[in-house]
Ligand binder design. Sequence first.
Ligand code: ACO
Length: 322
Amino acid sequence: MPHSRIVGTGSYLPEKIVSNKDLEATIDTSDEWIRERTGIRCRHIAADDEKTSDMAVIAARRAIEAAGIDVQEIDLIVMATTTPDKIFPSTACIVQRKLGIEGGAAFDVQAVCSGFVYGLDIAHRFIKTGGAKTVLVIGAETMSRIVDWQDRSTAVLFGDGAGAVILQASEEEGIVSTHIHSDGSLEETLHVPYGVSQGYDAVCDGRAFIVMNGNTVFRKAVSMLGAIARETLDGNNIDKKDLDWLVPHQANMRIITAAAKKFGLPMERVVVTVDTHANTSAASIPLALDIAVRDGRIKRGELMLLEAFGAGLTWASALIRY
Ligand code: ACO
């Protein structure tokens, strides 16, 4: 059976930056409160005419270029998003068209902030079983469209962006293992309470926004990340001291710090982008990964743990020899 290996990464952030100070002008909040409670200083926000697929395509092109592959080699696109361009077709198919890819298959995965790691899990299994050879895995989000900008409890937390990787069949080890979980009983802890099958516009008058119990999500996130880290390391007989990098979902600096502490990892070994990107949901991990690869921090041969949690609730991890 072949291994599956990351051969290229790419990312994209919209041009417009909104700082905490900017938010002070529209809601009852402060730069100090946001930085202290979340570690966030600013976030990128998509332009009015910028869609999830537009950001995804730019991130994908950068990953394709880094991998040095021909775009027609891609035989599967797995697109993680909770903010698709349209109800249908899938944003993956829209990306396929925009990239001019003529064959293969493309579909979306909906696991909110865990979506990219879910996507990696699926791509890894396709490659291991011979179903695909070169997979484009994307996480891209326009969270700004489902944020109520008058609700200070959520408006300060989210941002937009996209990240992508090319995963390819290889003789060399790459993805060591992937782990995915969900608990649907916690649906209302974090959700957008409206959707198509409820009649959408009729029930919410276009106000389909994120509703969250921040304290519960915080506590659950810390315990889920601890559990999945143990499951991943124990399942591979790996000691936490063998880990070179932690690339966590970027939701809150305090959650990231707690996760790093459990590993005894110094913060220099943890990739942090939440300060400037905020929470970009499914895009957060591939964005952080690409930034640390491109600035030379993450090097070939190093061992990293990707770990995510999100609405569902869902949580997921991937242990990767880069
Ligand atoms: N500015 C100023 N004050 C605020 C703000 C704000 N933006 N938001 C809330 N407050 C106030 C509250 O009203 C409350 O005031 P009170 O004491 O007078 O009632 C006070 O600050 C404390 O509020 P808490 O909710 O207890 O603050 P906490 O320290 O828990 O931080 C936070 C809130 C940042 C949301 C935290 O709970 C958190 O990060 N949770 C995890 C959220 C998360 O990760 N969500 C994304 C999941 S990923 C996905 O799938 C989309």
